[in-house]
Ligand binder design. Structure first.
Ligand SMILES: [Zn+2]
Length: 70
């Protein structure tokens, strides 16, 4: 009986590992502020040093996307 349980557990582990590997991983936050030439360290779990930098950079990204689309 124990063997069957071990096998089942092993199979379960393999499925779980494959499922995790297949899931698209989100990009880890950048340790350095992404806004222009800011160069400051990012705070917490973000890619920016401050709210203003995040807003600036997001505006820039939006503008770039619009330029590409045009
Ligand atoms: Zn910054």
């Amino acid at each position: 009986m124990a063997d069957i349980i071990d096998e089942a557990n092993q199979e379960y582990d393999q499925h779980l590992t494959a499922a995790i590997a297949n899931r698209a991983k989100p990009l880890p936050p950048s340790p350095i502020c992404l806004n222009g030439n800011c160069g400051e360290k990012s705070v917490g779990n973000t890619s920016y040093c401050c709210k203003e930098c995040r807003e600036d950079h997001e505006k820039e990204l939006r503008a770039k996307r619009q330029r590409k689309a045009a």
